[in-house]
Design a protein around this ligand. Structure first.
Ligand SMILES: Cc1cc2nc3c(=O)[nH]c(=O)nc-3n(C[C@H](O)[C@H](O)[C@H](O)COP(=O)(O)OP(=O)(O)OC[C@H]3O[C@@H](n4cnc5c(N)ncnc54)[C@H](O)[C@@H]3O)c2cc1C
Length: 367
């Protein structure tokens, strides 16, 4: 059964990491309409989530550029092509529908965790090591309270006025979350962590220590070992094991685990595509999987000689875009054009050509 399609498009790119963003750019140059979907609330994949401030030194022609700056530039480059990004959405399902070009609808339907349904004729998987999802609290099953008292995602602090909120973790996002709550004065804030050392930069540490010193944030040291439920079923407290092997209850109304992100290949592994050690097997001409209409680029794919480098992912995305265009327009010649000389590409990119050179706008497909 096919759910109602919320977005109908030519192609969907799964993953808004650097390779997924560049894939969307290359598809745009081919005039393939596409949407990009990512589990994270922001674009940039590993570059933005794992090393935003670390310089990258091996991008062609760019001496140094950190992960955040690269993401910014990729988004800026994509901007004129007006590709819709759907963030905070995990692609959970792939449905195969009609034959290519069939009048009665798209070839594939993709379903997301947020209830969106994309109808498309090509899927490009740029999923890296999988969807970046928040790490769950280890050893505890908090699922009965998730979405009610336990929140892994974005929060709106003013809804917890006067309540006891426990933020858990030693990451920058844990410290920032606790500070945000404390600074807004919206809640009694406790920061729960194994030790009093945090994996954060000096400036954030100074702000955190001064908030702890001023009593705006209480620090609780230990590991949660059990969830304590009240008679009415509410999560009442966490049982904490301290470093000196004591047990104590940490009462709470709201728990905000901020334990970092971990990539989960999840549903992609169940779509019946050929996998080698959790990587999608592709050819090196089109970066296509064995299933017609499904392509894979970037860290998610594998082929003889594969290297997980940005520059390799960008190359794969470029060739995959030509292949997707060919797949969508069978029998049509997909010509190679230069952005420096093609009036068509320059129009798409919204740049004003410096000189008019009609003759050199298209090169033969054999070029
Ligand atoms: C610390 C570090 C330093 C690095 N330094 C360099 C370097 O100097 N030079 C270099 O070339 N490379 C470097 N790399 C490697 C480079 O970052 C990766 O090759 C690159 O990020 C791969 O891009 P990608 O878009 O394929 O995947 P990713 O960046 O992993 O992005 C994949 C995206 O897909 C999303 N996703 C996955 N599954 C789903 C789903 N089901 N639904 C929705 N979204 C989904 C994820 O949330 C993620 O945002 C480094 C990597 C690390 C970790």
């Amino acid at each position: 059964m096919v759910a109602a399609v919320s977005h109908r498009t030519d192609a969907v790119v799964i993953g808004a990491g650097p390779v997924g963003l560049y894939q969307a750019f290359q598809l745009g140059l081919q005039e393939v309409r596409c949407h990009v979907i990512d589990a994270l609330p922001h674009a940039g994949g590993q570059c933005a989530a794992l090393y935003p401030a670390k310089p990258i030194y091996d991008l062609p022609g760019i001496v140094a550029c950190d992960g955040q700056a690269l993401t910014r530039q990729l988004l800026r480059q994509l901007q004129p092509l007006q590709v819709p990004l759907h963030l905070g959405q995990v692609v959970t399902g792939l449905q195969r529908l009609s034959a290519p070009g069939a009048a009665d609808g798209p070839r594939f339907c993709l379903h997301t965790s947020g209830g969106l349904v994309f109808g498309c004729d090509a899927v490009i998987i740029a999923a890296g090591a999988g969807a970046f999802l928040p790490r769950k609290v280890p050893l505890l099953d908090l699922s009965p309270w998730e979405g009610r008292q336990v929140h892994y995602g974005e929060v709106t602090p003013d809804v917890w006025v006067g309540q006891s909120v426990v933020v858990m973790g030693g990451t920058a996002s844990a410290a920032e979350c606790a500070l945000q709550l404390a600074e807004q004065g919206a809640a009694r804030v406790t920061l729960l962590h194994r030790t009093d050392r945090f994996d954060i930069d000096a400036e954030l540490d100074e702000r955190l220590q001064s908030a702890i010193g001023a009593g705006w944030i209480r620090l609780a040291l230990g590991q949660p070992v059990a969830a304590i439920a009240a008679a009415d079923g509410r999560l009442e407290a966490l049982e904490i094991a301290t470093a000196d092997d004591q047990r104590r209850a940490l009462p709470l109304d709201v728990l905000l685990p901020r334990l970092g992100l971990s990539p989960q290949l999840g549903p992609i592994a169940d779509w019946g595509l050929a996998l080698q050690r959790k990587h999608l097997v592709v050819d090196t001409e089109r970066f296509a999987t064995a299933e017609p209409g499904i392509f894979a680029v970037g860290d998610i794919n594998t082929y003889p000689g594969k290297r997980k480098l940005l520059v390799c992912g960008f190359h794969e995305a470029t060739l995959a875009a030509f292949a997707v265009a060919q797949w969508l327009r069978p029998g049509q010649r997909i010509a190679l054009e230069y952005t420096t000389t093609s009036a068509r590409l320059q129009r798409l990119l919204g740049v004003v050509p410096q000189a008019t050179d009609q003759s050199s706008s298209r090169m033969g497909s054999g070029a």
